[in-house]
Structures are given as C-alpha cells and as structure tokens.
Write a protein that binds this ligand. Structure first.
Ligand code: ATP
Ligand code: MG
Length: 181
C-alpha cells in the first residue's frame, strides 16, 4: 500500500511486457487474469492486448460464501466490469459468462508476497488455493509481482498451491515446470 501510483504504473508496464513476451502467454488461447485492485500489479494493458490478439480472456468472479472463484469471459475491458466483492472489479450482471476452469491454459494470479520457489501468500481466503486445482494439468500459473513482494520464505501450508512463474520488474523466476500450455 506504500507504493506510489507512479511507481505502480511504471513497474506494472515493465512486468506485463515481460509476461506478454513469455512463451506461456504467447501460446495461451484461454487465460484467466485477475482484474487489479488497489496497488496490485496492473493487468489492464495485458487484458486489452490479449483481447486484441483474439485470446479468450476471463476474469474471476468471487463467491464469498462458497469461497469460490468462477472465471467469466470478458468481451470489453473495462466496460464489462464493476466493483464486486470487497470492491474488486468483476463482470457486472449481464456480463457474466462462465468459463470451464479446465479449458484455461494460463492463470494470472495475484498475491501479497512470493518466494523464489513460487510459494504464495494471498489475502487469506484460500480462493486461489481452491481454484487452481480445478485447472487442467499443464495449465501455467504466473504471478506478476513487484520486486518488494519477494521474500526469502513464504512458509506454505499443505493446501497452498505454488505458482510456476513469478515475474517482477527486475526478473523472471521460473519456480516450477512451466513448459506445457
Ligand atoms: N483446497 C482447500 N480446501 C479447504 N480449505 C482450504 C483449501 N485451501 C485453503 N483452505 C483454507 O482457507 C484458509 C485460507 O488459506 P490461505 O491462508 O492459504 O489463503 P491465501 O492463499 O492467502 O488466500 P487467497 O488464495 O484467497 O489469496 C486456510 O485456513 C485453509 O485452511
Ligand atoms: Mg494460500
């Protein structure tokens, strides 16, 4: 929360450029991307470019009661979105188009902190820990993060699902197998 809007804007551009140059992104036909909120790495540019490239882009809808994420196909950014649970942008009623998690090639995952093994500290709801196991084997999980979000050890629990790749403004960390897509 201490990062300035200028810092967030500038570094986000660098980070999403790196993601868009990556193999898993270029190969992905169907991807779920979080819609950024507060000072998360901004994903708007990536969403717009992916839509222009003809990729199938979905964003998660948060079901707070069931602790469940549902990917919903996005056709217009940001027009299809409105503040949802906790103020996080999500498809507004009328723009809800559920997508089977099993078809996703790439998931762009948000987080508070990461370590070099891809371990992830989220916001404490376990939403992504429940969601990611519903994707197909070979789907790639990629986390954009500012360098300051990288820590030595996140100390994961048994239910925590690590990401395969962490991309910061300084480097690309390949934490796990990320060949398929
Ligand atoms: N697959 C699961 N099945 C059942 N409970 C789970 C599962 N994954 C996580 N939980 C529960 O959810 C709670 C929150 O998990 P955790 O602290 O790892 O959240 P997080 O990864 O930071 O959150 P998020 O993914 O929403 O950003 C934990 O207490 C955990 O017991
Ligand atoms: Mg977790």
């Amino acid at each position: 929360m201490a990062l300035s809007p200028d810092f967030v804007k500038e570094k986000s551009m660098i980070i999403i450029d790196k993601i868009m140059s990556s193999d898993p992104y270029r190969k992905a036909k169907s991807l779920m991307v979080y819609a950024d909120f507060r000072n998360e790495v901004r994903t708007g540019g990536l969403i717009i470019r992916a839509l222009e490239a003809g990729k199938k882009v979905s964003v998660p809808i948060t079901d707070v009661r069931e602790k469940k994420l549902t990917p919903s196909r996005l056709l217009a950014y940001p027009d299809d979105l409105a503040p949802g649970a906790w103020g996080i942008p999500e498809p507004r009623p009328g723009c809800v188009r559920p997508v089977d998690p099993g078809e996703l090639d790439l998931v762009v995952v948000p987080g508070v902190a990461f370590d070099a093994r891809g371990n992830r500290l989220g916001y404490g709801g376990g939403f992504y820990d429940r969601f990611l196991p519903r994707t197909r084997p070979g789907a790639v999980y990629i986390a954009p993060a500012f360098e300051v979000q990288l820590v030595e050890d996140v100390f994961p629990g048994p239910h925590d699902v690590p990401v395969h790749i962490v991309v910061t403004e300084k480097r690309i960390i390949t934490a796990g197998p990320a060949e398929p897509v």
